[in-house]
Design a protein around this ligand. Structure first.
Ligand SMILES: Cc1ncccc1N[C@@H](C)c1cnc2ccsc2c1
Length: 116
């Protein structure tokens, strides 16, 4: 139907916006702690403390494999990644500070693409 075609277009637009946001996050100087899954041999307590690990490489793969039901679903994974960072890292640590900076950058991009 015309409505279904319009909705498909919106979904395609949203997916493209979500992909470009991830690309911008990956290029940010404070993205370095989030580019790959946390290495649990390097951080042995991480798996016990963080029940649902998340990072930009997983989010990018889920986008490419069309695994997000909606832009809200995608936004939830990004906020999970930043919340994990706050759980495990002190605010004034290098990773903690990077997390706060990158979260602020993300929320700004989110509002640019999807004004409340
Ligand atoms: C986001 C995060 N949360 C908790 C622990 C680690 C990380 N990131 C990893 C990449 C990381 C973060 N920082 C360092 C410092 C030396 S290796 C290494 C690896």
């Amino acid at each position: 139907s015309k409505k279904e075609r319009a909705n498909k277009k919106k979904e395609q637009r949203d997916l493209q916006a979500c992909k470009s946001i991830v690309q911008e996050l990956e290029g940010h100087e404070d993205a370095w702690p989030f580019l790959l899954p946390v290495n649990t041999r390097q951080f042995p307590t991480y798996k016990k403390i963080i029940k649902k690990p998340m990072d930009l490489s997983v989010i990018k793969k889920k986008l490419e494999d069309n695994l997000y039901k909606s832009r809200e679903d995608y936004c939830e994974d990004l906020r999970l990644m930043f919340n994990n960072c706050e759980t495990f890292n002190e605010d004034d640590s290098p990773v903690g500070k990077a997390g706060h900076n990158l979260r602020s950058f993300f929320e700004t991009k989110w509002n640019e693409h999807f004004p409340p």
